[in-house]
Design a protein around this ligand. Structure first.
Ligand code: PBG
Length: 337
């Protein structure tokens, strides 16, 4: 154990807390705008901001508004933005083929944002759920999510997104073997510098609820006669931690540059284990449900939003995260400003 404490009364830990300057001087974990990845939803309509009811204070941005937001990120010192698309329902089908459209919403938004703020890194999800009418991250065959067929589409999706200007591709689909396939596909297409942030340890979670509204995700369990009503055959069981390390080990072996643990606040133990075991740049995702919970309690006057935001984000770092994907990024950056 590296910490040492003496005995009272010669030792008085409160000496180190007696005022602000000494607390600042001895603080172990510092949060800064450099730690933030702004989670942002875009849509292909004209309206600049379409509010998301379950996530007050966020909105689906038009491409134009997303470009302006990218400039704002640059001013606030936020290094990167993670873009999530709300796809027009008419463009969705069982194959999710809109994911491969080089002139689709994701690619259009990425180009506009890159153009507006070249110095801000852009990250995009690799997964099919925004594009499928059944709402799953992969292809549905006879009521099952078909792993290897899905991977082929994900590789194409990652290449299309990279061509548009995305610098980090983030497979969030939880298919087995997709990181290696995406790495090989990117390399073969000449994109050996594209970063892969693997959603390596992603749990099947009720914390994603508001996100489904935000991106207008297809309703799981509906439509197709054999449409599983949840994602538990591919996302992880929240009772497990060793499984997370096995998932991460595979993704590292397959070429992941950065790792993501998701959801966030209820999974800090996973962040710590992953960071300790692998030492790769490791991120936590403060997901939609976490955002909604903080907003709802704050709206009722039950908690202090600003203090909770900084406290939770600092907790991720203290647990070992190198950064946090969060819808609160602009708010936090302003508070830290
Ligand atoms: C889907 C994806 C999800 C989120 C990011 N990518 C939802 C899911 O896996 O069901 C959740 C984000 C959030 O809740 O903020 N590939």
């Amino acid at each position: 154990m590296k910490s040492y404490s003496g005995r009272y009364p010669s030792a008085r830990p409160r000496r180190l807390r007696q005022n602000n300057w000494i607390r600042r001087l001895t603080r172990e974990t510092q949060l800064s705008a450099d730690d933030l990845i702004w989670a942002m939803v875009v849509h292909d309509g004209d309206e600049d901001e379409v509010p998301v009811a379950a996530m007050p204070g966020t909105a689906r941005y038009s491409v134009r508004a997303a470009a302006a937001a990218a400039k704002r990120a640059e001013k606030l010192g936020i290094p990167a933005i993670a873009v999530f698309p709300h796809i027009d329902g008419r463009k969705k089908d069982a194959s999710g083929k809109e994911a491969l459209n080089p002139d689709g919403l994701v690619c259009t938004a990425v180009r506009a944002m890159k153009d507006a703020a070249p110095g801000v890194g852009l990250m995009v999800d690799v997964a099919l759920d925004p594009f499928t009418d059944h709402g799953h991250d992969g292809l549905l065959k006879d009521g099952r999510i078909a792993n290897d067929e899905t991977i082929k589409v994900l590789v194409e999706q990652a290449i299309v997104q990279t061509r548009a200007g995305a610098e980090i591709v983030a497979p969030s689909d939880m298919m087995d073997g997709r990181v290696g396939a995406i790495r090989a596909g990117l390399d073969a297409a000449g994109f050996e510098d594209t970063l892969i942030m693997s959603y390596a340890a992603k749990y099947a979670s009720a914390f994603y609820g508001p996100y489904r509204e935000a991106i207008g995700s297809g309703k799981l369990g509906s439509g197709a006669s054999a449409n599983p009503g949840d994602k538990r055959t591919y996302q992880m069981d929240y009772g497990n931690t060793d499984e997370a390390l096995r998932e991460v080990a595979m993704d590292v072996a397959e070429g992941a540059d950065m790792l993501l643990v998701k959801p966030g606040i209820a999974y800090l133990d996973i962040v710590t284990r992953v960071k300790d075991a692998f030492g790769l740049p490791t991120y936590a995702f403060q997901v939609s449900g976490e955002y909604a919970m903080i907003k709802a309690a704050a709206a009722n006057g039950w908690i202090d939003e600003e203090r909770i935001v900084l406290e939770t984000l600092t907790a991720f770092k203290r647990a070992g995260a190198d950064g946090i994907v969060t819808y609160f990024a602009p708010n936090a950056a302003e508070l830290l400003g």
